[in-house]
Write a protein that binds this ligand. Structure first.
Ligand SMILES: [Mg+2]
Length: 361
């Protein structure tokens, strides 16, 4: 089971949303960039992964193709931990965050897919699945208008979602969504690091009465852990973690008492292997983990398997509709729940015709 090839595929997937004109990572967008990784071994198997992503996907692909992927050729695929540690040691001078570690993340997911396929077990089974179905929350893109937000709220409620997350940063919008969703739907708000301590404190006090499940990444700069800590215990749980690149850095966040909820992101933190280390850490320190998942390919499936090992955490799903998905067998969300694939590895077969149709690099 030696690795004989590593290939990457950058797709631009058109999508629809009821949220009107929209932005991803600060840029206007009407396609979702999905960076896929395929690892092939000499026993005829192949595994798929996904690396972050969006407007930075081309940079990750370059890092993957030129620096990281060549390190895997000829190596054994079955001792994932040893291989990933070896790769990290070789690339650390290029930064163990950003595109280098996003590339590692995609490769790690593909290796876990391969491991499951070789052993005939799903990743959830390999990890110790606790649930065969998990609740899913709808993660809206930031909407272009009040009307678009109300329409998106109505649509998610009609589809049976019981929890919604906004990417809005004004009290008007957050309160409007709280009203539009009705009393039976829980609400979280993701702000993507806009405020200093004074602004964030004012916002936390203002939204307290809206009973948010959590307020996500409220602080600029993101690594100002002391300021994050100062926002806690004001009536709204504080979450962050999608931009944290290792178990060690999560340890520093916990040492600073900065978070109520950890949100490691499988396509950014180093894949399933590093996620398991973060989950071990949060278990030991008894802090909730609700993984970040801004993905709809292997990153989504990997997060689904990981979430199935947790007692209560919901799964994040971007509330957009892809024109076509290269992984048609990823379970659909039904009434706000998703089944966990039982097939080997990620349990989601690729449609290579769709990969080629939407491939841009
Ligand atoms: Mg977020």
């Amino acid at each position: 089971m030696k690795i004989i090839a590593v290939d990457s595929f950058l797709l631009a997937l058109p999508y629809r949303t009821s949220g009107g004109f929209h932005y991803i990572a600060g840029r206007p967008s009407n396609t979702l960039a999905m960076l896929l990784v395929r690892i092939s071994t000499d026993d005829g198997l192949s595994g798929w992964g996904e690396a972050f992503g969006h407007a930075g996907a081309a940079a990750t692909k370059s890092m993957l193709d030129t620096l990281v992927a060549p390190l895997l050729i000829g190596e054994r695929a079955d001792d994932i931990g040893a291989l990933m540690t070896s790769v990290r040691r070789k690339i650390h001078l290029f930064g163990l965050s950003g595109p280098a570690i996003y590339a590692v993340s995609g490769l790690d997911i593909a290796l876990w897919d391969l491991l499951g396929k070789r052993e005939g077990k799903s990743i959830a089974e390999l990890l110790g699945r606790r649930r065969s179905d998990v609740p899913v929350y709808a993660s809206f893109l930031r909407c272009s208008s009040h009307d678009a937000l109300q329409q998106t709220c109505a649509s998610a409620v009609a589809e049976g979602y019981r929890t919604v997350k906004l990417h809005e940063i004004t009290v008007d919008r957050i309160a409007a969504a709280r009203h539009g969703l009705g009393p039976d739907v829980a609400l979280a708000v993701d702000t993507n690091c806009p405020w200093d301590l004074r602004e964030a404190t004012a916002m936390v006090e203002t939204v307290r009465e809206l009973n948010l499940l959590w307020l996500e990444e409220p602080i600029w700069p993101p690594d100002d852990y002391a300021t994050l800590a100062a926002l806690r215990n004001a009536g709204t749980p504080i979450s962050a973690g999608e931009n944290v690149s290792s178990q060690c850095e999560f340890g520093r966040l916990l040492e600073a008492n900065a978070l109520d909820i950890l949100q490691p992101s499988v396509c950014k933190v180093g894949g399933i292997s590093e996620m398991l280390k973060v989950l071990d850490l949060s278990n030991r320190q008894k802090v909730d983990t609700i993984p970040h998942c801004g993905y709809l390919g292997p990153g989504y499936a990997a997060t689904l398997h990981l979430v199935s090992t947790l007692e209560q955490a919901p799964l994040e799903r971007l509330y957009i509709e892809l024109e076509e998905t290269p992984f048609p067998s990823i379970p659909a969300v039904v009434d706000g729940w998703s089944s966990v694939p039982a097939g080997a590895g990620l349990g989601c077969d690729v449609d290579t015709g769709i990969v080629e149709r939407y491939r841009v690099a």
